[in-house]
Design a protein. Structure first.
Length: 178
C-alpha cells in the first residue's frame, strides 16, 4: 500500500530569517483530508572534531530551552551552500578556529521528523591546523575541551541532551574509546 500523503494546497503561515512555517492541506492514502503543520529548515552540519586527543565541544545559550547547551560544533546551511563539506569547514573555522582537510562524512539525521524537514549532515575530523575563531555576531560560544573518557562519562550520566551530539558520540564510541 502506498503510504504517501498528497499535498492539495501549500499554505505558508510565516517566513522568518531561518525557518518557514507551513500548514498544508493534504489527502491521506485512505482519502481523508487533513492538515500538516511543519517547519521548513535549510538543514545543518555537525562535526566531532578531535585535536591532541581532545574532543572540542561548544557551550552556548539556546533560546528555546532558556539555558546553555553542550554540543559539538555545528551550524545551519546557508541558501548559498552547495557543498556540505565546505559548510562544515566554515563552521569549524568560525566556531572553534579549526581548519580541517580530513572531514569524514558519517551520514545524516532527521532531528525532528514530526514537525520539521531539517536534515543535519554528520562528520568526524581529526584537526590539522588551529587558527582564530570568527563567530556570527549573534553567537556567544564557549569552547570546551574534553577527553573521550570525560565526554562519554557525561553522555552516560545523561548530561548531554543535544541529539546531533549524542548521535555522533555514539557513532564514534568504539573508535574513540579503544
Amino acid at each position: 500500500m502506498d503510504k504517501t500523503e498528497k499535498c492539495l494546497k501549500e499554505n505558508k503561515i510565516f517566513e522568518g530569517r531561518v525557518v518557514t512555517l507551513f500548514n498544508d492541506d493534504v489527502i491521506t492514502p485512505k482519502g481523508n483530508k487533513t492538515n500538516r503543520e511543519y517547519i521548513s529548515h535549510p538543514g545543518g552540519v555537525c562535526c566531532l572534531a578531535i585535536y591532541d586527543n581532545l574532543i572540542y565541544f561548544e557551550k552556548q545559550f539556546r533560546y528555546p530551552y532558556h539555558k546553555e547547551i553542550l554540543e559539538l560544533p555545528a551550524g545551519k546551511l546557508e541558501k548559498t551552500d552547495t557543498d556540505v563539506f565546505e559548510a562544515m569547514r566554515r563552521e569549524l573555522k568560525e566556531e572553534i578556529g579549526f581548519v580541517s582537510e580530513d572531514l569524514e562524512y558519517l551520514g545524516y539525521m532527521y532531528p525532528s521528523v514530526g514537525c520539521s524537514n531539517e536534515v543535519i549532515h554528520l562528520f568526524f575530523s581529526p584537526i590539522n591546523k588551529i587558527g582564530s575563531t570568527d563567530p556570527d555576531e549573534d553567537e556567544v560560544i564557549e569552547v570546551i575541551k574534553l577527553s573521550p573518557k570525560e565526554a562519554y562519562e557525561l553522555l552516560d550520566k545523561g548530561d548531554i541532551h543535544d541529539a546531533k551530539t549524542v548521535i555522533l558520540l555514539e557513532k564514534l564510541r568504539k573508535v574513540l574509546l579503544k
